[in-house]
Design a protein around this ligand. Structure first.
Ligand SMILES: [Fe+2]
Length: 580
């Protein structure tokens, strides 16, 4: 195939990983080659005069900064990243002359610190102007724990943004609250009030379970880059910054929609916009963990092991999974840590008819979650809410109805999908649930690799098959929803607790109409009393008669009737995704 965008065969383009796409575009759209091709193909108007955009190409008068957003550094009690956008879309553009932050406890006009500016080098063929891709950042260090600071950002030391505040974390026994959801997009009718709902909970931080701006809403389909719209990132930041993220640390993981035709395995845009203390020992540029109070949070990249979202399958060559094992072993051996929470995009267990369960994650990571008694796994990807009964070895160990208390040591891990952060909902379900939305007679399905999963990625074809896990759905509802979680530390008399509430604001399918009095549609409390020095127990899952009905058992026996509904590659993913 020879198109105005290149001569790469379509079948190869669709099989490319993001880094390969990035390298291909760099080679194909080098200046000399572009001019030559433009002359031949008359494509200059499409491609533009600059083929790989650079910061140094911009000049002009300064404009005000913002919006801004924050995220934890390596130590949430002492370090905070402050980031902001270079006022894209306001006409003339200067670039960062002297980007800086000022901050203090009583007034923002206390200390000052310079910031760096970074450009996301988006391919010019997208038609995006350069000023859409410049972001500033700085890491504030030496902060006091549990302290609220006022801060303001500036591009030139003259014009300053309005003051905002942030509060550092702590490692003591004080309780705290965090919130979570994923799959936000850029709707003012949904993403904006959902971000406002986060701020209204006054959490210590917010976990974003991937799929933020949908700048690759139609996926990456070289040579057609029509689905790659980097300016959606600025639409997104203009929504979440003022509404919440300028004061609530925005702890985000990547989803499939964060893979772009850029460097850093497709994540150059993400890491430029969202600096965090990423741990490169994971083999990934977007993976990290942090401790807050008595809990550790592990932010993973499920694209590495997913059997459904295969564009980056196996890119860490098993490093991330080995890193995860080391992290979990270390955390579980630390006496000051009660809870372990994992955040990723795809769902290990989902009974939704869109996307559904991901067997790639199950095969690579669930044995580690079992072994190290991970308490809670939060995901998105499926645009709905679903909580599992506590799980061990791929099956529920007991029922946990709304309002119940779960002991992860004896009961197992709770998995919650909270993908109703603003993008349109997925409303149809397979099988049955203990509470919530009705489903169908057809049992849930799971994505698997036909050749199995290995450390370097899945083998064979990506298949959706009938799931052997049964009875895992404790509560499910297609709803815009924010998870609000209150964590307390153990005392000699009271175990550590993690009270999880699924908040459902007033809504229609098209809009979140009010966040004034969100309903608690589902709740469960995890408890854990640490026993220093005691060995980790692995209770065997008990066969529960309510898990397998006669019809379900019959379908399980027919598992060989697996069928293929998607093939490897982003184009197939997009058809199934249906996201806008
Ligand atoms: Fe999504």
């Amino acid at each position: 195939m020879d198109t105005p965008y290149g001569d790469i065969p379509d079948r190869l383009a669709r099989a490319m990983r993001p880094l390969e796409q990035h390298e291909y575009l760099q080679l194909s759209y080098g200046r000399r080659r572009l001019l030559k091709r433009a002359a031949v193909l008359g494509a200059a108007a499409v491609a533009g005069p600059v083929l790989w955009r650079q910061t140094g190409a911009v000049t002009g008068p300064a404009v005000g900064p913002g919006p801004q957003w924050i995220a934890f550094g390596g130590d949430p009690a002492a370090e905070m990243y402050v980031s902001w956008s270079e006022s894209p879309g306001r006409g003339s553009f200067a670039g960062p002359r002297a980007p800086q932050v000022r901050w203090g406890t009583g007034s923002s006009d206390g200390s000052r610190q310079g910031a760096s500016a970074g450009t996301v080098p988006v391919p010019a063929v997208t038609g995006e102007p350069t000023e859409q891709t410049v972001y500033c950042r700085t890491l504030l260090t030496g902060l006091l724990p549990g302290t609220t600071y006022r801060y303001s950002v500036s591009n030139d030391g003259v014009r300053w943004s309005p003051d905002a505040t942030f509060t550092t974390g702590h490692h003591d026994g004080a309780g705290f609250r965090f919130t979570a959801f994923g799959d936000e997009a850029t709707s003012m009718a949904r993403a904006y009030p959902m971000a406002q709902l986060v701020a209204a909970q006054r959490p210590a931080f917010h976990l974003v379970a991937g799929d933020l701006a949908y700048a690759t809403s139609n996926g990456i389909r070289l040579p057609d880059l029509g689905g790659f719209v980097p300016s959606r990132w600025n639409d997104y930041l203009k929504i979440v910054g003022p509404a919440a993220a300028q004061s609530v640390p925005w702890q985000a993981v990547v989803g499939a929609h964060e893979t772009e035709p850029l460097g850093d395995d497709g994540y150059a845009g993400f890491v430029t916009r969202f600096p965090q203390a990423y741990d490169l020992a994971s083999g990934s540029p977007v993976v990290r963990s942090f401790r807050y109070g008595n809990t550790v949070f592990v932010q993973l990249d499920g694209n590495d092991v997913s059997a459904q979202e295969t564009v980056n399958a196996g890119y860490t060559r098993g490093l991330q999974t080995r890193w995860l094992a080391r992290q979990l072993a270390s955390f579980r051996a630390s006496p000051g840590i009660d809870f372990i929470v994992v955040l990723c995009n795809c769902c290990c267990y989902s009974s939704n008819q869109t996307h559904g369960s991901d067997g790639g994650l199950r095969e690579a990571w669930v044995p580690l979650f079992d072994r190290y008694q991970v308490d809670l796994v939060i995901s998105g990807h499926v645009h709905a809410y679903e909580r599992t009964n506590p799980m061990r070895a791929g099956q529920p160990t007991r029922r946990a109805t709304s309002g119940d208390t779960v002991n992860p040591v004896t009961d197992g891990t709770t998995y919650i999908c909270v993908g109703g952060g603003g993008n349109r909902l997925y409303t149809t379900w397979y099988g049955s649930t203990d509470a919530g939305d009705a489903g169908s007679a057809e049992p849930p399905k799971v994505w698997e690799w036909s050749g199995g999963e290995a450390a370097v990625g899945g083998h064979g074809r990506s298949l959706q098959v009938t799931d052997s896990a049964r009875g895992f759905s404790a509560f499910r509802r297609a709803a815009y929803c924010c998870l609000s979680v209150d964590v307390t530390a153990a005392t000699p008399a009271v175990p550590a607790s993690m009270q999880i509430r699924a908040l459902r604001p007033a809504q229609t399918l098209a809009a979140v109409t009010s966040i004034a009095s969100p309903a608690t549609m589902d709740t469960v409390t995890l408890i854990r009393r640490p026993a220093p020095g005691s060995p980790i127990r692995h209770p065997a899952p008990s066969p529960l008669p309510w898990v397998l009905g006669g019809a379900g058992a019959a379908v399980m026996a027919g598992g060989a009737a697996a069928y293929v509904i998607r093939r490897r590659g982003p184009a197939a993913r997009d058809r199934a995704d249906g996201t806008s």
